[in-house]
Design a protein around this ligand. Structure first.
Ligand code: T4K
Length: 404
Protein backbone atom coordinates (compact mmCIF):
# COMPACT_ATOMS: atom_id res chain seq x y z
CA UNK A 1 0.00 0.00 0.00
CA UNK A 2 1.34 3.43 -0.91
CA UNK A 3 1.52 5.56 2.21
CA UNK A 4 4.31 7.95 1.32
CA UNK A 5 3.77 10.60 -1.41
CA UNK A 6 7.09 9.66 -3.01
CA UNK A 7 5.66 6.19 -3.70
CA UNK A 8 2.95 7.70 -5.89
CA UNK A 9 3.55 7.44 -9.62
CA UNK A 10 3.02 11.18 -10.11
CA UNK A 11 6.02 11.68 -7.83
CA UNK A 12 8.24 9.18 -9.63
CA UNK A 13 7.13 5.88 -8.04
CA UNK A 14 5.95 2.83 -10.01
CA UNK A 15 2.24 2.72 -11.02
CA UNK A 16 0.16 0.61 -8.63
CA UNK A 17 -1.29 -1.37 -11.55
CA UNK A 18 0.71 -2.79 -14.45
CA UNK A 19 -2.43 -2.81 -16.65
CA UNK A 20 -5.07 -0.05 -16.70
CA UNK A 21 -7.92 -0.60 -14.25
CA UNK A 22 -10.86 0.91 -16.11
CA UNK A 23 -14.23 2.17 -15.01
CA UNK A 24 -16.76 0.38 -17.21
CA UNK A 25 -15.09 -3.01 -17.63
CA UNK A 26 -17.90 -5.26 -18.86
CA UNK A 27 -19.46 -8.05 -16.82
CA UNK A 28 -19.34 -11.15 -18.99
CA UNK A 29 -21.66 -13.70 -17.40
CA UNK A 30 -21.54 -17.42 -18.15
CA UNK A 31 -19.31 -17.74 -21.21
CA UNK A 32 -20.39 -21.37 -21.81
CA UNK A 33 -24.05 -20.42 -21.97
CA UNK A 34 -23.33 -17.50 -24.28
CA UNK A 35 -21.28 -19.61 -26.66
CA UNK A 36 -23.97 -22.32 -26.68
CA UNK A 37 -26.55 -19.69 -27.63
CA UNK A 38 -24.31 -18.32 -30.37
CA UNK A 39 -23.78 -21.84 -31.75
CA UNK A 40 -27.51 -22.38 -31.64
CA UNK A 41 -28.35 -19.20 -33.55
CA UNK A 42 -25.68 -20.01 -36.13
CA UNK A 43 -27.14 -23.51 -36.54
CA UNK A 44 -30.57 -22.02 -37.04
CA UNK A 45 -29.25 -19.32 -39.40
CA UNK A 46 -31.49 -16.71 -37.85
CA UNK A 47 -29.25 -13.76 -37.09
CA UNK A 48 -31.55 -10.76 -36.67
CA UNK A 49 -35.10 -9.43 -37.38
CA UNK A 50 -37.45 -10.55 -34.64
CA UNK A 51 -35.62 -13.79 -33.83
CA UNK A 52 -36.32 -16.16 -30.93
CA UNK A 53 -33.56 -14.81 -28.66
CA UNK A 54 -34.83 -11.28 -29.16
CA UNK A 55 -38.34 -12.36 -28.19
CA UNK A 56 -37.13 -14.22 -25.13
CA UNK A 57 -34.96 -11.26 -24.08
CA UNK A 58 -37.94 -8.92 -24.41
CA UNK A 59 -40.20 -11.25 -22.42
CA UNK A 60 -37.71 -11.54 -19.58
CA UNK A 61 -37.12 -7.80 -19.54
CA UNK A 62 -40.82 -7.02 -19.41
CA UNK A 63 -41.18 -9.44 -16.46
CA UNK A 64 -38.24 -7.90 -14.68
CA UNK A 65 -39.48 -4.34 -15.19
CA UNK A 66 -43.10 -5.23 -14.50
CA UNK A 67 -44.37 -3.68 -17.75
CA UNK A 68 -46.56 -4.88 -20.59
CA UNK A 69 -44.02 -4.11 -23.32
CA UNK A 70 -40.25 -4.00 -23.56
CA UNK A 71 -39.01 -3.46 -27.10
CA UNK A 72 -35.34 -4.23 -27.60
CA UNK A 73 -33.43 -1.84 -29.85
CA UNK A 74 -29.89 -1.45 -31.18
CA UNK A 75 -28.85 0.94 -28.39
CA UNK A 76 -30.46 3.30 -25.88
CA UNK A 77 -29.75 6.40 -27.98
CA UNK A 78 -31.82 5.00 -30.84
CA UNK A 79 -34.38 3.87 -28.27
CA UNK A 80 -34.70 7.44 -27.00
CA UNK A 81 -34.94 8.78 -30.56
CA UNK A 82 -37.69 6.34 -31.46
CA UNK A 83 -39.63 6.99 -28.24
CA UNK A 84 -39.38 10.75 -28.84
CA UNK A 85 -40.69 10.34 -32.39
CA UNK A 86 -43.36 7.82 -31.54
CA UNK A 87 -44.73 10.19 -28.89
CA UNK A 88 -44.85 12.99 -31.49
CA UNK A 89 -42.67 15.38 -29.51
CA UNK A 90 -41.81 18.74 -31.05
CA UNK A 91 -40.48 22.16 -30.00
CA UNK A 92 -38.77 22.17 -26.60
CA UNK A 93 -38.11 19.31 -24.22
CA UNK A 94 -36.80 19.82 -20.67
CA UNK A 95 -34.06 17.52 -19.40
CA UNK A 96 -31.03 17.62 -17.12
CA UNK A 97 -27.67 18.77 -18.43
CA UNK A 98 -25.97 16.43 -15.95
CA UNK A 99 -26.35 13.29 -18.06
CA UNK A 100 -24.55 11.43 -20.83
CA UNK A 101 -24.62 13.47 -24.04
CA UNK A 102 -26.92 10.91 -25.71
CA UNK A 103 -29.98 12.15 -23.79
CA UNK A 104 -29.65 15.60 -25.36
CA UNK A 105 -28.45 14.38 -28.76
CA UNK A 106 -31.49 12.11 -29.15
CA UNK A 107 -33.61 15.27 -29.14
CA UNK A 108 -31.39 17.57 -31.18
CA UNK A 109 -30.73 14.89 -33.82
CA UNK A 110 -34.42 15.19 -34.65
CA UNK A 111 -34.51 18.98 -34.67
CA UNK A 112 -35.99 19.42 -31.19
CA UNK A 113 -34.64 21.93 -28.68
CA UNK A 114 -33.25 20.51 -25.45
CA UNK A 115 -33.81 22.90 -22.53
CA UNK A 116 -31.53 22.07 -19.62
CA UNK A 117 -32.90 22.24 -16.09
CA UNK A 118 -30.83 22.10 -12.94
CA UNK A 119 -30.53 19.11 -10.63
CA UNK A 120 -31.02 18.50 -6.93
CA UNK A 121 -27.58 18.38 -5.28
CA UNK A 122 -28.61 15.46 -3.05
CA UNK A 123 -30.00 13.20 -5.77
CA UNK A 124 -28.09 14.44 -8.86
CA UNK A 125 -31.48 14.09 -10.63
CA UNK A 126 -33.79 16.72 -12.16
CA UNK A 127 -35.13 19.19 -9.63
CA UNK A 128 -38.91 19.30 -10.33
CA UNK A 129 -39.11 22.95 -9.20
CA UNK A 130 -36.49 23.91 -11.79
CA UNK A 131 -38.45 22.04 -14.48
CA UNK A 132 -41.67 23.89 -13.79
CA UNK A 133 -40.16 27.36 -14.32
CA UNK A 134 -38.75 26.40 -17.74
CA UNK A 135 -42.07 25.33 -19.28
CA UNK A 136 -43.14 27.53 -22.20
CA UNK A 137 -45.91 27.20 -24.81
CA UNK A 138 -43.36 25.35 -26.98
CA UNK A 139 -42.61 22.67 -24.35
CA UNK A 140 -43.97 19.24 -25.23
CA UNK A 141 -42.20 16.92 -22.81
CA UNK A 142 -39.83 16.30 -19.95
CA UNK A 143 -37.09 13.67 -19.97
CA UNK A 144 -35.91 12.62 -16.52
CA UNK A 145 -32.71 10.62 -16.12
CA UNK A 146 -32.44 8.06 -13.29
CA UNK A 147 -28.80 8.94 -12.79
CA UNK A 148 -26.53 6.28 -11.29
CA UNK A 149 -29.65 4.05 -11.08
CA UNK A 150 -31.25 6.24 -8.42
CA UNK A 151 -34.77 6.93 -9.71
CA UNK A 152 -35.96 10.49 -10.28
CA UNK A 153 -38.76 12.09 -8.31
CA UNK A 154 -41.22 10.40 -10.63
CA UNK A 155 -44.30 11.48 -8.65
CA UNK A 156 -43.50 15.21 -8.74
CA UNK A 157 -42.45 15.07 -12.40
CA UNK A 158 -45.59 13.08 -13.25
CA UNK A 159 -47.76 15.64 -11.47
CA UNK A 160 -46.16 18.54 -13.40
CA UNK A 161 -46.40 16.72 -16.73
CA UNK A 162 -50.05 15.81 -16.11
CA UNK A 163 -51.06 19.33 -15.02
CA UNK A 164 -49.18 21.05 -17.89
CA UNK A 165 -50.18 18.55 -20.59
CA UNK A 166 -46.65 17.29 -21.25
CA UNK A 167 -45.30 13.87 -22.13
CA UNK A 168 -42.88 12.27 -19.72
CA UNK A 169 -40.02 9.96 -20.69
CA UNK A 170 -37.34 8.51 -18.44
CA UNK A 171 -33.82 7.78 -19.56
CA UNK A 172 -33.37 4.62 -17.50
CA UNK A 173 -29.99 3.71 -19.05
CA UNK A 174 -28.53 3.25 -15.54
CA UNK A 175 -31.56 1.91 -13.72
CA UNK A 176 -32.29 -1.65 -14.79
CA UNK A 177 -33.65 -3.57 -11.79
CA UNK A 178 -33.87 -0.49 -9.55
CA UNK A 179 -36.99 0.56 -7.68
CA UNK A 180 -38.69 3.71 -6.44
CA UNK A 181 -41.00 3.31 -3.45
CA UNK A 182 -41.02 -0.41 -4.14
CA UNK A 183 -42.01 -0.07 -7.79
CA UNK A 184 -39.51 -1.28 -10.39
CA UNK A 185 -38.22 1.18 -12.98
CA UNK A 186 -39.79 0.52 -16.39
CA UNK A 187 -43.40 1.59 -15.96
CA UNK A 188 -42.95 5.24 -15.01
CA UNK A 189 -44.03 8.03 -17.38
CA UNK A 190 -45.05 7.33 -20.97
CA UNK A 191 -41.93 5.27 -21.65
CA UNK A 192 -38.58 4.40 -20.10
CA UNK A 193 -35.41 3.55 -22.01
CA UNK A 194 -32.78 1.07 -20.80
CA UNK A 195 -29.22 0.70 -22.11
CA UNK A 196 -27.41 -2.61 -22.56
CA UNK A 197 -24.16 -1.06 -23.72
CA UNK A 198 -21.02 -3.07 -22.88
CA UNK A 199 -20.27 -0.76 -19.95
CA UNK A 200 -23.68 -1.29 -18.33
CA UNK A 201 -23.83 -3.91 -15.57
CA UNK A 202 -26.09 -6.04 -17.81
CA UNK A 203 -25.06 -5.79 -21.41
CA UNK A 204 -25.82 -7.07 -24.88
CA UNK A 205 -22.53 -5.73 -26.36
CA UNK A 206 -24.58 -2.82 -27.72
CA UNK A 207 -28.29 -2.59 -27.05
CA UNK A 208 -31.23 -0.89 -25.46
CA UNK A 209 -34.93 -1.34 -24.78
CA UNK A 210 -37.99 0.87 -24.59
CA UNK A 211 -40.42 -0.09 -21.83
CA UNK A 212 -44.03 1.07 -21.77
CA UNK A 213 -47.48 0.05 -20.57
CA UNK A 214 -49.10 1.86 -23.49
CA UNK A 215 -50.20 -0.71 -26.12
CA UNK A 216 -50.57 1.81 -28.96
CA UNK A 217 -47.20 3.41 -28.24
CA UNK A 218 -45.53 -0.02 -28.13
CA UNK A 219 -47.05 -0.92 -31.50
CA UNK A 220 -45.77 2.32 -33.01
CA UNK A 221 -42.27 1.84 -31.58
CA UNK A 222 -42.29 -1.73 -32.94
CA UNK A 223 -43.01 -0.41 -36.42
CA UNK A 224 -40.56 2.46 -36.22
CA UNK A 225 -37.60 0.30 -35.19
CA UNK A 226 -38.16 -1.83 -38.31
CA UNK A 227 -38.42 0.80 -41.09
CA UNK A 228 -42.19 1.09 -40.53
CA UNK A 229 -42.88 -2.40 -41.94
CA UNK A 230 -46.29 -3.78 -40.95
CA UNK A 231 -45.94 -6.84 -43.19
CA UNK A 232 -43.63 -8.18 -45.89
CA UNK A 233 -44.68 -5.64 -48.51
CA UNK A 234 -46.35 -2.96 -46.47
CA UNK A 235 -44.72 0.12 -44.95
CA UNK A 236 -47.13 2.19 -42.85
CA UNK A 237 -44.82 4.62 -41.02
CA UNK A 238 -41.57 6.48 -41.40
CA UNK A 239 -39.10 4.22 -39.63
CA UNK A 240 -35.45 3.50 -39.05
CA UNK A 241 -33.30 0.47 -38.40
CA UNK A 242 -33.29 0.19 -34.62
CA UNK A 243 -33.33 -3.59 -34.37
CA UNK A 244 -31.34 -5.69 -31.94
CA UNK A 245 -29.49 -8.65 -33.46
CA UNK A 246 -29.78 -12.24 -32.20
CA UNK A 247 -26.19 -12.31 -31.01
CA UNK A 248 -26.85 -9.18 -28.95
CA UNK A 249 -30.04 -10.69 -27.52
CA UNK A 250 -28.11 -13.89 -26.69
CA UNK A 251 -25.59 -11.82 -24.74
CA UNK A 252 -28.45 -9.85 -23.14
CA UNK A 253 -30.13 -13.04 -21.94
CA UNK A 254 -26.87 -14.43 -20.58
CA UNK A 255 -26.24 -11.12 -18.85
CA UNK A 256 -29.71 -11.07 -17.26
CA UNK A 257 -29.01 -14.55 -15.87
CA UNK A 258 -25.86 -13.17 -14.24
CA UNK A 259 -27.59 -10.09 -12.88
CA UNK A 260 -27.72 -11.21 -9.22
CA UNK A 261 -24.03 -12.04 -9.24
CA UNK A 262 -23.17 -8.68 -10.86
CA UNK A 263 -25.24 -6.75 -8.33
CA UNK A 264 -23.69 -8.69 -5.45
CA UNK A 265 -20.17 -7.79 -6.66
CA UNK A 266 -21.13 -4.13 -7.12
CA UNK A 267 -22.72 -4.03 -3.69
CA UNK A 268 -19.69 -5.62 -2.01
CA UNK A 269 -17.37 -3.12 -3.67
CA UNK A 270 -19.66 -0.26 -2.71
CA UNK A 271 -19.52 -1.36 0.95
CA UNK A 272 -15.75 -1.71 0.82
CA UNK A 273 -15.20 1.69 -0.81
CA UNK A 274 -17.47 3.31 1.79
CA UNK A 275 -15.66 1.63 4.65
CA UNK A 276 -12.16 2.37 3.34
CA UNK A 277 -12.90 6.02 2.50
CA UNK A 278 -15.18 6.68 5.50
CA UNK A 279 -12.72 8.69 7.56
CA UNK A 280 -11.51 10.86 4.68
CA UNK A 281 -12.62 14.48 4.87
CA UNK A 282 -14.17 15.78 1.65
CA UNK A 283 -14.31 12.44 -0.18
CA UNK A 284 -17.82 11.09 -0.06
CA UNK A 285 -19.06 7.88 -1.62
CA UNK A 286 -22.57 8.38 -2.99
CA UNK A 287 -25.09 6.13 -1.24
CA UNK A 288 -28.13 4.20 -2.39
CA UNK A 289 -31.44 3.87 -0.55
CA UNK A 290 -31.08 0.43 1.02
CA UNK A 291 -34.87 0.12 1.36
CA UNK A 292 -35.06 -0.02 -2.47
CA UNK A 293 -33.65 -2.37 -5.11
CA UNK A 294 -30.41 -0.98 -6.54
CA UNK A 295 -27.88 -2.28 -9.04
CA UNK A 296 -24.94 -0.31 -7.52
CA UNK A 297 -23.38 -0.24 -10.99
CA UNK A 298 -21.72 3.14 -10.53
CA UNK A 299 -19.24 3.83 -7.78
CA UNK A 300 -19.60 7.59 -7.50
CA UNK A 301 -17.44 9.78 -5.28
CA UNK A 302 -17.85 13.50 -4.66
CA UNK A 303 -14.67 15.40 -3.90
CA UNK A 304 -14.96 18.63 -1.96
CA UNK A 305 -11.64 20.38 -2.56
CA UNK A 306 -12.04 22.74 0.41
CA UNK A 307 -12.24 19.79 2.83
CA UNK A 308 -10.10 17.20 1.04
CA UNK A 309 -7.29 19.65 0.30
CA UNK A 310 -7.06 18.18 -3.20
CA UNK A 311 -9.42 18.82 -6.10
CA UNK A 312 -11.29 16.21 -8.13
CA UNK A 313 -9.15 16.83 -11.22
CA UNK A 314 -5.90 16.55 -9.27
CA UNK A 315 -7.11 13.29 -7.76
CA UNK A 316 -7.92 12.00 -11.26
CA UNK A 317 -4.36 12.82 -12.32
CA UNK A 318 -2.96 10.90 -9.38
CA UNK A 319 -5.20 7.91 -10.14
CA UNK A 320 -4.44 7.88 -13.87
CA UNK A 321 -0.71 7.95 -13.15
CA UNK A 322 -1.31 4.80 -11.08
CA UNK A 323 -3.16 3.24 -14.05
CA UNK A 324 -6.56 3.63 -12.37
CA UNK A 325 -8.70 5.05 -15.17
CA UNK A 326 -11.25 6.91 -13.03
CA UNK A 327 -13.84 8.88 -15.03
CA UNK A 328 -15.36 12.35 -14.65
CA UNK A 329 -18.91 11.42 -15.68
CA UNK A 330 -20.71 13.66 -16.78
CA UNK A 331 -18.30 16.55 -16.88
CA UNK A 332 -18.70 19.33 -17.91
CA UNK A 333 -22.46 18.87 -18.46
CA UNK A 334 -24.22 18.76 -21.83
CA UNK A 335 -24.73 22.54 -21.85
CA UNK A 336 -20.97 23.03 -22.15
CA UNK A 337 -20.63 20.62 -25.09
CA UNK A 338 -21.44 21.25 -28.76
CA UNK A 339 -23.85 22.04 -30.24
CA UNK A 340 -25.53 23.17 -27.01
CA UNK A 341 -22.75 25.53 -25.91
CA UNK A 342 -23.19 27.52 -29.12
CA UNK A 343 -27.00 27.30 -29.15
CA UNK A 344 -27.38 28.55 -25.57
CA UNK A 345 -24.09 30.05 -24.31
CA UNK A 346 -25.69 31.41 -21.14
CA UNK A 347 -27.20 28.12 -19.94
CA UNK A 348 -24.61 27.75 -17.15
CA UNK A 349 -26.15 30.71 -15.29
CA UNK A 350 -29.32 28.76 -14.58
CA UNK A 351 -27.45 25.53 -13.81
CA UNK A 352 -25.35 26.32 -10.72
CA UNK A 353 -25.84 22.91 -9.12
CA UNK A 354 -24.93 21.09 -12.34
CA UNK A 355 -21.78 23.20 -12.61
CA UNK A 356 -20.79 22.48 -9.00
CA UNK A 357 -21.61 18.78 -8.96
CA UNK A 358 -20.04 18.02 -12.36
CA UNK A 359 -16.79 19.58 -11.11
CA UNK A 360 -16.73 17.27 -8.06
CA UNK A 361 -17.90 13.87 -9.27
CA UNK A 362 -15.50 11.02 -9.91
CA UNK A 363 -16.29 7.41 -10.84
CA UNK A 364 -14.14 4.55 -9.61
CA UNK A 365 -13.82 0.98 -10.93
CA UNK A 366 -16.35 -1.62 -9.84
CA UNK A 367 -18.06 -4.71 -11.28
CA UNK A 368 -16.94 -8.32 -11.61
CA UNK A 369 -13.67 -7.36 -13.34
CA UNK A 370 -12.50 -5.84 -10.05
CA UNK A 371 -11.53 -7.68 -6.85
CA UNK A 372 -11.29 -6.57 -3.21
CA UNK A 373 -7.50 -6.24 -3.44
CA UNK A 374 -7.88 -3.77 -6.30
CA UNK A 375 -10.53 -1.78 -4.45
CA UNK A 376 -8.22 -1.64 -1.42
CA UNK A 377 -5.33 -0.42 -3.60
CA UNK A 378 -7.47 2.30 -5.24
CA UNK A 379 -8.64 3.48 -1.80
CA UNK A 380 -5.05 3.42 -0.53
CA UNK A 381 -3.98 5.75 -3.36
CA UNK A 382 -6.85 8.12 -2.57
CA UNK A 383 -6.04 8.11 1.16
CA UNK A 384 -2.37 8.85 0.46
CA UNK A 385 -3.30 11.63 -1.97
CA UNK A 386 -5.57 13.29 0.60
CA UNK A 387 -3.12 12.80 3.48
CA UNK A 388 -0.38 14.51 1.48
CA UNK A 389 -2.58 16.98 -0.35
CA UNK A 390 -0.46 20.13 0.19
CA UNK A 391 2.76 18.47 -1.06
CA UNK A 392 0.97 16.85 -3.96
CA UNK A 393 -0.84 20.01 -5.01
CA UNK A 394 2.47 21.77 -5.34
CA UNK A 395 4.04 18.97 -7.37
CA UNK A 396 0.96 18.52 -9.54
CA UNK A 397 0.79 22.17 -10.47
CA UNK A 398 4.27 21.83 -12.00
CA UNK A 399 4.98 18.33 -13.23
CA UNK A 400 1.91 16.43 -14.37
CA UNK A 401 -0.02 17.78 -17.29
CA UNK A 402 -0.51 14.60 -19.26
CA UNK A 403 -3.79 12.83 -18.74
CA UNK A 404 -6.67 15.31 -18.75
N1 T4K B 1 -28.31 7.79 -21.30
C1 T4K B 1 -27.39 7.70 -20.31
C2 T4K B 1 -27.67 8.32 -19.00
C3 T4K B 1 -26.21 6.99 -20.54
O1 T4K B 1 -25.29 6.88 -19.56
C4 T4K B 1 -26.00 6.40 -21.80
C5 T4K B 1 -24.77 5.68 -22.07
C6 T4K B 1 -27.00 6.54 -22.78
C7 T4K B 1 -28.14 7.26 -22.50
C8 T4K B 1 -26.84 5.95 -24.16
O2 T4K B 1 -26.79 4.54 -24.13
P1 T4K B 1 -26.26 3.73 -25.42
O3 T4K B 1 -26.79 4.40 -26.67
O4 T4K B 1 -24.76 3.72 -25.36
O5 T4K B 1 -26.86 2.35 -25.23
C9 T4K B 1 -19.75 5.00 -22.16
C10 T4K B 1 -20.76 4.22 -22.95
O6 T4K B 1 -20.37 4.14 -24.32
C11 T4K B 1 -22.14 4.76 -22.85
O7 T4K B 1 -23.02 3.75 -23.31
C12 T4K B 1 -22.50 5.10 -21.42
N2 T4K B 1 -23.78 5.75 -21.30
C13 T4K B 1 -21.46 6.02 -20.83
C14 T4K B 1 -21.75 6.32 -19.39
O8 T4K B 1 -20.20 5.36 -20.88
P2 T4K B 1 -17.76 6.52 -22.89
O9 T4K B 1 -17.66 7.56 -23.92
O10 T4K B 1 -17.33 6.81 -21.52
O11 T4K B 1 -17.12 5.13 -23.42
P3 T4K B 1 -15.61 4.63 -23.37
O12 T4K B 1 -15.34 4.00 -24.68
O13 T4K B 1 -14.73 5.68 -22.87
O14 T4K B 1 -15.68 3.42 -22.32
C15 T4K B 1 -15.88 3.64 -20.95
C16 T4K B 1 -14.94 2.78 -20.15
O15 T4K B 1 -15.28 1.42 -20.27
C17 T4K B 1 -13.49 2.91 -20.52
O16 T4K B 1 -12.75 3.15 -19.34
C18 T4K B 1 -13.10 1.56 -21.10
C19 T4K B 1 -14.15 0.61 -20.60
N3 T4K B 1 -14.56 -0.38 -21.60
C20 T4K B 1 -15.42 0.02 -22.58
C21 T4K B 1 -15.85 -0.89 -23.52
C22 T4K B 1 -16.80 -0.44 -24.61
C23 T4K B 1 -14.10 -1.67 -21.53
O17 T4K B 1 -13.32 -2.00 -20.62
N4 T4K B 1 -14.56 -2.59 -22.45
C24 T4K B 1 -15.43 -2.25 -23.44
O18 T4K B 1 -15.83 -3.12 -24.25
O19 T4K B 1 -19.34 6.11 -22.86
Amino acid sequence: MKTDPDQLAVCGGEPAFAEPLHVGRPNLGDRGKLLARINDLLDRRWLTNDGPYLREFERRLADLAGVRHCLAVSNATVGLEIAIRALGLAGEVILPSFTFIATAHALRWQGLTPVFADIDPRTHNLDPARVEVLITPRTTAVIGVHLWGRPCEVEALGEIAGRRGLRLIFDAAHALGCSRRGRTVGGFGDAEVFSFHATKFCNSFEGGAVATDDDALAARIGLMRNFGFAGYDQVVELGTNGKMSEVAAAMGLTSLEGMDEFIAANRRHHGQYREELRALPGVEVLTYDEAERNNYQYLVVEVDEARAGIGRDQLVRVLWAENVIARRYFYPGCHRQEPYRTLDPGAGCRLPVTERVSARVLLLPTGTAVGPGEVAAVCGIIRTAVAHAPTLRERLSGAVKSCL
